[in-house]
Design a protein around this ligand. Structure first.
Ligand SMILES: *Cc1c(COP(=O)(O)O)cnc(C)c1O
Length: 377
């Protein structure tokens, strides 16, 4: 029985079982790291840049199973985003979140500066505002979604947005990096393309840079593959091996990190050194209803506003000991940083005292002890 036929498997089994070599006597359980740029002639995929390596196919099979579509590996998350956005015809209209990953924000601004695209930025959680932007003339070619947004936790009502986008002829692409496929499957809610920075939860160990796209439709997939192959954005064999290796533990890592995050968000919410917590698992959070309805969990990211402004927020980053003061997210280790230190996040509305906290898989009491001593000063 192939995994494609066994669609009854749950995500935590698919991450373990998908993308394995055929179970022949003496065959390895894992694809290796074929350090080869070219492969013997006789197939139509015989060059690494064209995704012709066995390890690339193994990764793409596994991620495709997890998202319910056709996957493509990229050399980074940004390379994957660029393949979608820069592949649009010149003059295309893009509707995108106001608060969005900084790299996506800068890439969109650059498209506008070069005269290649028109971008309508919206609060992605304000469904009426998104529908209005979708229905303006000229009609958009793409709705770019991030949900929850980075670092403001705005949550999109995905089924409503995808239906409205399709009604005006726009494709919908979702940056689902913060969720991973065990928390959200955007294609099931009508999206056409899912994007991941595999650097984050998929690889999970902060030791690799890689990205991915997953398309529902084979024509869309073929267009994205052409962009990847012509742009030279294919991943290397070592990176792809490490990401697939990391994905085997994705479900258990997410279980633990999400449980830690739920607990720490509640405790931070009651701490006098914290003004406000942004985390959709809290019942009072504006995104709570949508995440409860559409996602399989509340994720392992938290933003919180520190009492005492930017200086105090920076001081918390200096004082943490178990938690690491560093950018990025999605690894086994907890990371924290003040996002408004980046001009692009500050301009997109990140409060100066906001700390973005990527909750790892350490013991929750050790994480809490570290936060308490850092917040106390
Ligand atoms: C990190 C990140 C990206 C960019 O991915 P890279 O792998 O760093 O190129 C895109 N979107 C989100 C939400 C991210 O966190």
């Amino acid at each position: 029985m192939s995994l494609r036929e066994s669609s009854a498997l749950r995500q935590s089994s698919v991450v373990v079982a998908a993308g394995r070599p055929a179970p022949e006597p003496g065959a390895p359980l894992n694809s290796g790291i074929p350090l080869s740029a070219t492969f013997h002639a006789g197939t139509d995929a015989n060059y690494l840049r064209q995704g012709g390596s066995e390890i690339t196919r193994a990764f793409e099979t596994a991620l495709g199973e997890l998202e319910g579509g056709l996957a493509l590996g990229f050399s980074s998350g940004m390379a994957a985003i660029a393949a979608v956005i820069e592949g649009l015809p010149t003059g295309s209209v893009i509707v995108a979140p106001r608060s969005v990953y900084s790299g996506s924000s800068m890439l969109l601004d650059e498209q506008v500066r070069l005269g290649r695209a028109l971008v309508r930025r919206v609060d992605i959680s304000d469904t009426a505002a998104v529908l209005k932007a979708l229905r303006l003339v000229p009609a958009p070619a793409l709705l770019w979604v991030e949900t929850p947004t980075n670092p403001m936790f705005e949550v999109a009502d995905l089924p409503v947005l995808t239906e409205a986008a399709h009604a005006v002829g726009a494709l919908v692409a979702v940056d689902s990096t913060w969720n991973s496929p065990v928390v959200l499957r955007p294609l099931e809610h009508g999206a056409d393309i899912v994007m991941h920075s595999a650097t984050k939860y998929l690889a999970g160990h902060s030791d690799v840079l890689m990205g991915a796209l997953v398309a529902k439709d084979s024509k869309v997939w073929a267009g994205l593959k052409l962009r990847r192959d012509l742009g030279g954005a294919s991943p290397g064999a070592l990176e792809t091996f490490l990401t697939l290796r990391g994905m085997r533990t994705l479900a258990v890592r997410m279980d633990r990190a999400q449980a830690n995050a739920a607990d720490l968000a509640r405790r931070l919410d009651a701490h006098p050194g914290v003004e406000r917590v942004l985390y959709p698992g809290l019942p009072a959070d504006p995104g709570h209803e949508r995440v409860t309805r559409l996602h399989q969990g509340y994720g392992a990211m938290i933003s919180f506003l520190v009492t005492g402004g930017a200086a105090e927020a920076e001081a918390v980053c200096d004082r943490v000991a178990l938690i690491t003061h560093a950018t990025s997210l999605g690894g086994v280790e907890s990371l924290i940083e003040r996002r408004a230190r980046y001009a692009v996040d500050a301009a997109n509305g990140a409060p100066e005292n906001l700390l973005r906290f990527s909750v790892g898989i350490e013991h929750v009491e050790d994480l809490w002890d570290d936060l308490v001593q850092a917040l106390a000063g």
